[in-house]
Design a protein around this ligand. Structure first.
Ligand SMILES: [Zn+2]
Length: 104
């Protein structure tokens, strides 16, 4: 039992919730991670050496459950030179490697 797990609301069917709204949100991702007993979100960029781990509970506290996934990427990559440049074909490739395994 992780110390942060009590603060993450658990949804019975996170995939269904996402299908209904059509948007991946931080809350939906948090539910997936809670189901997998993960408390840290791993962040990786395939265009720069950016690697890191962020507390999901802290992200939720700072940005709220309704934060859209793309907005989360933008926040996390706020100091990436490629994200700042804003050149769409060459934009920062920050992503969440764990989501590949967790997403249905
Ligand atoms: Zn980057």
């Amino acid at each position: 039992m992780s110390p942060a797990s009590h603060s993450i609301p658990r949804m019975k069917h996170p995939t269904h919730a996402a299908a209904v709204s059509g948007v991946v949100t931080l809350g939906w991702m948090a539910a997936l991670f809670a189901d997998a007993n993960l408390t840290m979100l791993e962040v990786s960029c395939n265009r720069c050496p950016r690697r890191g781990r962020l507390s999901i509970a802290r992200l939720l506290a700072e940005h709220g459950h309704a934060l859209p996934g793309p907005e989360l990427r933008r926040i996390i990559a706020h100091d990436c030179p490629r994200m700042i440049a804003g050149k769409i074909p060459d934009v920062c490739g920050v992503h969440f490697p764990q989501m590949v395994a967790l997403r249905p």
